[in-house]
Design a protein. Structure first.
Length: 320
């Protein structure tokens, strides 16, 4: 099936007086209709900047997309005006963040905010929009949606707010949902509810999802396809089955080795010794070499290419 989203050689850099920060440094992947792509990697690997770049939301005056294409339904989003992009956001492409408060205005009732999103993108009466808002809230697990619709964000818990955000994002039935660590700040039960919602969206509405996480347990549950990012680049990608069954990149292997017992909830990936190199100063060779137990001297000289080792399975390592 034709991909809904094709990201090609995406590069997003930040510039300051002293340096160029290569936050996203040549990233390629595709998302097919009705599939969940998980992007995994330690903090600082460029996951959030990749998703913000897709949405045309690179923050700050000094950051910009310097190369590449973001083809959505055949249209290159990198070339669109801010007005065209804001038309797509919340409409055909929706995004949810780690901290749901970022997407909610504390001054307005939940229902008003969902209604506003609906009216911005669809031709509906207020009354129709309110009915849809209530229905959406019910579908994300609020049996008393008629009460929630008239609550303010601060009256809800973090987990409830995250579900409100999902309801709001789903109200316009986007084709693509980008979720950036949406469960990281939530407790385990709520996390399970949110993951369940994601699965239902995919199965019932055929929504394509990019789900960003540093939690491989979540990837194992949710992903059809996966991308492992390290230092602004993809080091391994393929179907989740292949990458889980036959991980080949030493970084992927290290991540998998660092999945701890179910009792430790956070910082699952801190078990790999060393740190991610600074995006302002990447080494010339393999960016993982410094931390890699398999590294040879040649690894430090030349940046490995991302190679297709079996159909659909790409690995950036010269040793495999
Ligand atoms: P992740 O989401 O994987 O933790 P990010 O995409 O947030 O990583 O960050 C990737 C890199 O971009 C990091 O090196 C980070 O320091 C840099 N970066 C992120 N935001 C900015 C910014 N506003 N200005 C400069 N550098 C940034
Ligand atoms: Mg991030």
């Amino acid at each position: 099936m034709e991909a809904l989203l094709k990201v090609r050689n995406l590069k997003t850099f930040f510039y300051n007086e002293k340096s160029v920060i290569r936050a996203v440094d040549g990233v390629d992947f595709e998302v097919k209709p009705g599939r969940v792509l998980c992007i995994v990697g330690e903090s600082g690997s460029g996951k959030s900047m990749t998703s913000l770049s897709i949405m045309g939301l690179v923050p700050g005056a000094h950051g910009r997309i310097v190369d590449g294409e973001v083809l959505f339904d055949g249209e290159d989003l990198v070339q669109l005006s801010e007005e065209q992009l804001s038309d797509l956001r919340g409409n055909k492409i929706a995004m949810i963040f780690q901290e749901p408060m970022t997407g909610l205005n504390p001054l307005f009732k939940i229902g008003e905010q969902i209604i506003e999103v609906l009216l911005r993108h669809r031709k509906l009466s207020r009354r129709e929009a309110r009915a849809i808002a209530i229905q959406q809230l019910r579908s994300v697990g609020f049996p008393k949606a008629e009460i929630i619709v008239d609550s303010y964000p601060h009256q809800l818990s973090g987990g409830m707010r995250q579900r409100v955000m999902i309801a709001m994002m789903m109200a316009c039935e986007p084709k693509l949902l980008i979720a950036d660590e949406p469960t990281t700040a939530l407790d385990v039960t709520i996390q399970a509810q949110v993951l369940d919602l994601m699965r239902r969206l995919k199965d019932e509405k055929g929504t394509s999802i990019i789900f960003i996480t540093h939690d491989l347990g979540v990837v194992a549950e949710l992903a059809d396809d996966m991308v492992v990012m390290y230092a602004g680049q993809i080091v391994e990608s393929g179907s989740a089955d292949i990458v889980f069954d036959q991980p080949l990149h030493p970084y992927t292997l290290a991540l998998m080795g660092s999945i701890p017992s179910m009792t430790e909830e956070n910082d699952r990936l801190t078990a790999i010794p060393g740190t991610v190199p600074s995006a302002a100063n990447f080494p010339p060779g393999c960016r993982f070499a410094e931390r890699c137990s398999a590294a040879r001297s040649s690894c430090f000289n030349q940046l490995p290419e991302l190679r297709e080792l079996s159909p659909g399975h790409l690995v950036r390592c010269d040793l495999v």
